[in-house]
Design a protein around this ligand. Structure first.
Ligand code: SAM
Length: 198
């Protein structure tokens, strides 16, 4: 099975990719790490069914903006439904590598549970730097560390080859591309890499 088919099939479920109740404390930690997002303009590539998008809508508030997007039509439909009451969120369809976004308009790009699924991560990282304002930041986050995540993916047809690099490896790549890395955490229950734009 191809990756796209895997996610399209997942999108036929009632509530795909919902955050597990036992992971709420991990979400709270992520929120704390992100700091106060009120009024911020946030990009959310690979938003899936909107598990984070809805929360982001609340975190940025009416004065902020979220652009969430995903290549899967079914996921986009779910996401649009969950954020329909939030005018500050726009949902689009496309890949992280190919979407067209104006340069220098966004404060934060948040890759939540998506980085290992990118077809061309380096292309994305390069384009992402252009979308951000000077001083803008990229966060790559997951609710598991790279080892647990990769073990999980290894069991799933469609995403079996999708590998999350160890945080230090991603940090090294980001530095090579000119980003200033400010955090690189890779623990069994947390993956969090944060960097300022080149
Ligand atoms: C594990 S899901 C996570 C979705 C969402 N971020 C969440 O945490 O609920 C990964 C998502 O990445 C999307 N995806 C796959 N390839 C992508 C790409 N090249 N660019 C952006 N998103 C992609 C899939 O369609 C899927 O919705």
């Amino acid at each position: 099975m191809e990756r796209a088919e895997f996610f399209d099939r997942l999108a036929t479920e009632l509530d795909p990719l919902a955050i597990l109740p036992e992971h709420e404390s991990r979400m709270e930690r992520l929120r704390e790490r992100l700091g106060d997002l009120r009024g911020k303009r946030v990009l959310e590539p690979g938003c899936g069914a909107g598990a984070l998008s809805r929360r982001l809508a609340e975190w940025v508030g009416r004065g902020g903006r979220v652009l969430a997007w995903d290549p899967s039509e079914g996921m986009v439909a779910h996401c649009r439904r969950v954020v329909q009451d939030f005018a500050q969120v726009e949902v689009a369809q496309g890949t992280a590598e190919e979407i067209v976004i104006g340069a220098g308009e966004w404060d934060l790009a948040l890759c939540f549970r998506v980085y290992p699924h990118l077809e061309k991560p380096e292309l994305f990282l390069g384009r992402c730097g252009d979308w951000l304002v000077p001083g803008g930041e990229l966060v790559v986050a997951n609710l598991e560390g790279s080892e647990s995540l990769n073990a999980m993916h290894a069991e799933l047809p469609g995403v079996r080859e999708d590998r999350m690099p160890a945080a230090e490896a991603l940090a090294a790549l980001l530095r090579e591309l000119g980003w200033q890395v400010v955090a690189a955490i890779d623990e069994p229950e947390e993956y969090y890499v944060r960097a300022r734009r080149p």
